[in-house]
Design a protein. Structure first.
Length: 267
């Protein structure tokens, strides 16, 4: 993708962000409320991007809506072939609380990487789907990683993964890809409640079933990552103050429901 095109897309994302929060709820006001990001009927308000596929193509019906649930399925795939996918919110967000539930269903694709087993997540502060080159597998973002028991010992959910990004914890830059949470290990069939409290660039807090399991500060793009470096070169700030929300599809069937957001923006 040419730099001029990427620069335009970054600008469009910033514009969308500003327009959205001009009308956002004040969390301290009596009228604040949870707003559904998923209408339970279709994928209106979301954009699909699957690696190797054009923007907006729902290849092999990967993302489906059934019984008020977003279901990631692979029964129509001949093979996975590194077709990592994400379902992006059409709006970028900065200060908010996101809550949702997930559960795993079925088996991973046999040709997907082994780490994909009972593994999914939701990305925050993500680059826009329009800014991803066709073959980019993961957006530059911060992940709330969803995991389930493989029968091999402790495997806590709610970890932080950092494709194309870094974070800080207690004033120290953290460059490792995964930071483990203090959450318990859940069975694959369990519905698990996830809550993410995001304060722009200042702080992010992960909660699992109502309990805090991880917090960090100062999410930022990694200038040594080639995809993140392209975004920075196009004019984006290294510090991540806002971004899109994206549900993962990385080779393991998974279900999502009750996806809601509450703005923490001030009027």
């Amino acid at each position: 993708m040419k730099n001029s095109t990427l620069r335009l897309l970054v600008g469009l994302a910033v514009s969308m962000f500003g327009i959205h929060f001009a009308h956002a709820n004040d969390s301290s006001a009596p009228g604040r409320k949870w707003i559904s990001l998923f209408n339970g009927k279709n994928l209106d308000g979301w954009t699909i991007k699957i690696a190797g596929r054009p923007l907006g193509e729902n290849y092999a019906d990967t993302f489906r809506v059934e019984d008020g649930i977003i279901k990631v399925a692979y029964d129509k795939y001949p093979k996975f072939g590194k077709q990592f996918g994400h379902l992006y919110s059409n709006v970028a967000y900065s200060r908010y609380i996101l809550r949702m539930e997930y559960r795993f269903e079925g088996k991973m694709m046999s040709d997907a990487p082994s780490y994909v087993n009972l593994n999914s997540g939701v990305m925050i502060h993500s680059q826009s789907p329009q800014s991803l080159p066709r073959d980019q597998e993961f957006p530059a973002s911060l992940e709330v990683q969803f995991l389930a028991d493989e029968g091999k010992g402790s495997r806590p959910t709610g970890n932080m993964c950092s494709p194309g990004t870094h974070i800080e914890m207690n004033g120290k830059l953290i460059t490792q890809h995964i930071v483990q949470s203090t959450a318990p290990t859940f069975a694959a069939g369990d519905w698990v409640k996830i809550e993410v409290e995001v304060h722009g660039y200042d702080e992010v807090i992960y909660r699992v079933n109502g309990m805090e399991v991880l917090r960090y500060q100062h999410p930022q793009l990694d200038p040594k990552d080639p995809w993140a470096a392209a975004i920075i070169k196009a004019g984006a700030a290294r510090e991540l103050h806002f971004g899109h929300i994206a549900l993962q599809a990385e080779g393991q069937p998974v279900w999502f429901r009750n996806i809601e957001i509450m703005s923490l923006e001030k009027p």
